[in-house]
Write a protein that binds this ligand. Structure first.
Ligand SMILES: O=C(O)CCC(=O)C(=O)O
Ligand SMILES: [Fe+2]
Length: 341
């Protein structure tokens, strides 16, 4: 990633994974990393992870690949079309196909990659000659991100007080076969179209898996809802969004709805959206065309038949009663996915 935006102070915590991953890590540095991550996710819903061990050149390469993909003609991209039925997301969705909100038009295109071992939803590939190397590289990157997400699960498990056995089971349920690598491209758009309120890059939503790891370029525009106290209704009325600014080399992580259930709401899935880039130099000409934006979310979730039930270690004090019923992830996902397409 070549983020050049000045990295002014961020309201979102920066979690240093060196204390967990480095060969000189100790029990103390690991438990500090775990406590930092869980506190950060609790307080903000979004965090930046640094020293994650994924080489910069690999991150740069995946953005280049994404650009090459979206530079193809519409006809070429449509050789791997997204299937019409929810809830599976695979292959190419052209601008306007996915509808997170029923009222806002979404100006983005995406390509979803899944695991080749997921027989419920096998990947959909372009013919090799259309973009040579795409399949091999994106598959390998998918598994690199999965290996990192296993580390994140280990850190979260420690921070949430899971026993070794619970940790092992939790990590095992996340085989990686149900993750989703999403290449996203937001083409240039006249600022007035978004300011008018009918068009957006991505409307406000929560992610519904375990958690999301996000790579973003230096354009900006991602915003997360500010954490506030009060009832749901009070918070809805005072809803404020703050920029999740690009940070060079960092992976952005956000909590997904399953983690909310596992943690008995200690970790709340934050609402977030993608809107106009914040800096005035992002606009050009009379129409104030915004720069295009590329981002790459990696959605982590367990295998479909995993039963999701609050962790006993998260049932304490005034939260001693589980706030959610035990649910099969397959059923929950179907419920949440209805209406996106
Ligand atoms: O493009 C982004 O930065 C965020 C994308 C996102 O929130 C999503 O795909 O769920
Ligand atoms: Fe999202």
């Amino acid at each position: 990633m070549t983020a050049t935006e000045p990295n002014t102070k961020s309201p979102f915590p920066v979690i240093d994974f060196d204390g967990w991953l480095s060969s000189s890590s100790t029990a103390t540095s690991r438990s500090k990393c775990a406590a930092d991550l869980v506190r950060g996710c609790h307080e903000s819903g979004f965090v930046y992870i640094i020293n994650h061990g994924i080489p910069d050149n690999l991150l740069k390469e995946v953005f280049e690949l994404s650009k090459n993909l979206f530079d193809l003609s519409h006809e070429e991209k449509m050789l791997a079309p997204h299937p019409p039925d929810p809830p599976w997301h695979r292959g190419y969705s052209s601008v306007g196909l996915e509808k997170v909100s029923s009222t806002l038009k979404e100006y983005k295109e995406s390509y979803e990659v899944g695991s080749e071992h997921n027989l419920d939803a096998p990947p959909i590939w372009l013919p090799e000659a259309v973009l040579p190397g795409f399949r091999t590289f994106s598959t390998s990157f998918y598994w690199t991100m999965n290996a990192f997400s296993q580390q994140v699960l280990g850190v979260l498990a420690m921070g949430l007080g899971l026993s070794q056995q619970q940790t092992d089971e939790w990590k095992k349920a996340h085989t990686g076969n149900n993750n989703q690598l999403r290449l996203l491209h937001y083409p240039p758009l006249a600022a007035w179209e978004m300011e008018g309120g009918e068009m957006t890059r991505m409307p406000a939503h929560t992610d519904f898996g375990s958690f999301t790891l996000l790579l973003q370029d230096d354009c900006g525009g991602l915003q997360a809802e500010e954490r506030a106290s009060g009832t749901l209704e009070e918070r809805r009325l005072s809803r404020q969004y703050i920029d999740v600014k690009p940070m060079d080399g960092a992976i952005v992580m956000n909590v997904g709805s399953l983690l909310t259930r596992w943690s008995n709401e200690y970790l709340e899935a934050p609402r977030h959206r993608v809107t106009l880039p914040p800096l005035s130099d992002r606009y050009e000409g009379e129409q104030r065309m915004t720069r295009e934006r590329y981002s790459i979310p990696y959605f982590v979730s367990p295998d479909l038949d995993t039963m999701v039930e609050t962790f006993p270690s998260c049932l304490e004090g005034e939260n001693a009663q589980p706030k959610f019923e035990k649910i099969r992830w397959r059923d929950y996902m179907r419920m949440r996915a209805q209406g996106s397409y």
